[in-house]
Write a protein that binds this ligand. Structure first.
Ligand SMILES: Cc1cc2nc3c(=O)[nH]c(=O)nc-3n(C[C@H](O)[C@H](O)[C@H](O)COP(=O)(O)OP(=O)(O)OC[C@H]3O[C@@H](n4cnc5c(N)ncnc54)[C@H](O)[C@@H]3O)c2cc1C
Length: 473
């Protein structure tokens, strides 16, 4: 075997696998393959040009060492209730202990000691009371906020550590396929300088993130890797003035609210709240432009943004959630001539599009400067749109002013976590020697949970190597 372990994808899931193996004293020969660049070379040209340049062959926001973590807001959710369904697989107690342990690693590499969303018990009670009255559930979730710029420094420190400890990191190298024989994974195929090459390994970990979700789905179909279609989230990024969100921002930093609006009672939730943050754009390899949001530790805007997401599941005859969400995204991109569309909430209720000149009449100025004013309702499926409108009305009872005329809705906000790979609690798939982690596995949806899944993988592999495991706190 050329390698003991090949990890495909240097996002949090992949790098924490390697990190935990090193912490356990592993002597494995480890290779991490990453199709993007080292963290210090990742540059989004938008910082200079002010608009998305649709970089090829990949978008720097999501691709490169630390994956989608590098330009993220760097909010580490410290509760196992948030960040994906891994607790269903391994149990809540283990998931929570691993979060506490992994949080310790983030602190060792320089994360801020301060935790948001703790204390303020009287004010939290008041927010919860309003949520109950509105028919919403408030999920308690302490947050450690790295901030985009600090997240990059922290992941750079991890990158240096891995290299110093002898982990081989190969950048600019996409993995194109797996090598399988009689239900056993023997390695991977990579593409370098236009040439395909086979690399052999005893164990292969696929951790390719949301962007790699459809690629992994095609691998599952080609190699009979057991999986089932998962959920896809379709929604909008909402932006309003900090004044409107002031209390929630101060007391909770991130309000995790879940509701089931009438008439369908689908799950609708808030996600990724960025006080003083900026709405951003990310581009997928197939030219799909989707909206996201982040915030810096020091540089603050006058606005707060958060996502409102509607969960979608399919059964039969159609069961391809990724394809469904992509179509919604393509249609929205078409209406925005390739840009993110933005519309005022009041215009949606009035049944009219928003015009660019109308945006400047509000208190609220969009932080995504190249978003195009238009009509998101022309592309959003009816059911998703009604769910979003009803949910905003509910949220307005918790945060008065949230449903104001000038509140901005950006679209499309899509979260591709689907195609849940079937695994046991040792993170083994039905293919011997193959493991799937993080967002691309369908089990996680956030930095902390993806990191936790990596730590767990590291421990399982260390166990196989006969190394001692630490006692959990
Ligand atoms: C703008 C933005 C803000 C976010 N903010 C937050 C936040 O504040 N808090 C939070 O919890 N989560 C946040 N997230 C989500 C979070 O970043 C992800 O959940 C997390 O990074 C998932 O980790 P991962 O390791 O599974 O995958 P990723 O981080 O996506 O990493 C996967 C890596 O695999 C590489 N790759 C893909 N395919 C291949 C291939 N074929 N060959 C080689 N390499 C490949 C990619 O280049 C990438 O580097 C944010 C995401 C974005 C985009």
């Amino acid at each position: 075997m050329a390698y003991d372990l090949i990890i495909v994808g240097a996002g949090p899931a992949g790098i924490f696998t390697a990190l935990e193996l090193l912490r356990r004293g592993s002597k494995k020969k480890i290779l991490i393959l990453e199709k993007g660049q080292p963290v210090e070379k990742r540059r989004c040209p938008k910082a200079e040009t002010g608009r998305c340049m649709n970089c090829k062959p990949y978008c720097h926001i999501t691709t490169g060492f630390s994956g989608a973590g590098a330009f993220s807001d760097g909010k580490l959710s410290l509760s196992c209730e948030v960040g994906g369904d891994l607790p269903e697989l391994i149990g809540e107690d283990l998931a929570q202990s691993l979060i506490d342990y992994t949080d310790g690693i983030y602190l060792e590499f320089g994360a801020d000691e301060h935790v948001e969303g703790v204390g303020h018990s009287e004010e939290i009670k008041e927010i919860r009371k309003r949520a109950i009255q509105a028919g919403l559930r408030l999920v308690d979730c302490p947050i450690r906020h790295l901030g985009t710029e600090k997240a990059q420094q922290l992941y750079y420190a991890i990158q240096c550590y891995l290299q110093e400890q002898g982990v081989e990191l190969r950048f600019g190298v996409p993995c194109t396929n797996l090598i399988l024989d009689k239900g056993v994974c023997l390695g991977v195929v990579i593409e370098e300088k236009g040439r395909q090459e086979e690399l052999r390994a005893e164990q292969v970990v696929i951790a390719t993130g949301r962007r790699g979700a459809d690629w992994l789905e095609s691998l599952c179909a080609e190699h009979n890797i057991a999986h089932r279609p998962g959920t896809v989230d379709i929604g909008v990024r909402v932006e309003c003035r900090n004044e409107v969100m002031e209390k929630v921002n101060r007391v909770l930093y991130e309000s995790k609210l879940v509701g089931y609006p009438r008439p369908w009672k689908n799950k609708v939730r808030t996600f990724c709240q960025n006080p003083g943050g900026f709405v951003s754009q990310e581009n997928y390899d197939n030219d799909l432009a989707v909206v996201n949001g982040h915030s810096y530790k020091d540089l603050k805007s006058d606005n707060t943004n958060l996502a409102i997401l509607v969960s979608h599941n399919f059964t039969e005859p159609f069961n391809q959630p990724i394809a469904y969400a992509q179509k919604v995204g393509e249609l929205t991109n078409m209406l925005g001539a390739g840009h993110i569309l933005v519309q005022r909430y009041g215009d949606i209720l009035d049944g009219k599009r928003t015009w660019q000149k109308e945006l400047s009449r509000s208190n609220l100025k969009p932080t995504l400067k190249d978003a195009v004013a238009g009509d998101i309702t022309a592309a959003m499926p009816y059911r998703a749109m009604v769910n979003i409108i009803e949910f905003i009305k509910m949220l307005d009872q918790v945060v008065p002013g949230f449903a104001s005329t000038e509140t901005l809705l950006y679209s499309p906000e899509l979260k591709f976590y689907s195609n849940r790979v079937k695994m046991d609690e040792d993170l083994d798939t039905n293919v011997k020697g193959l493991h799937c982690l993080g967002d691309s596995s369908g089990w996680t949806r956030g930095l902390m949970m993806a990191s936790v899944m990596g730590v767990l993988m590291g421990r399982k592999l260390a166990q196989k190597e006969g190394l001692e495991l630490p006692r959990l706190p």
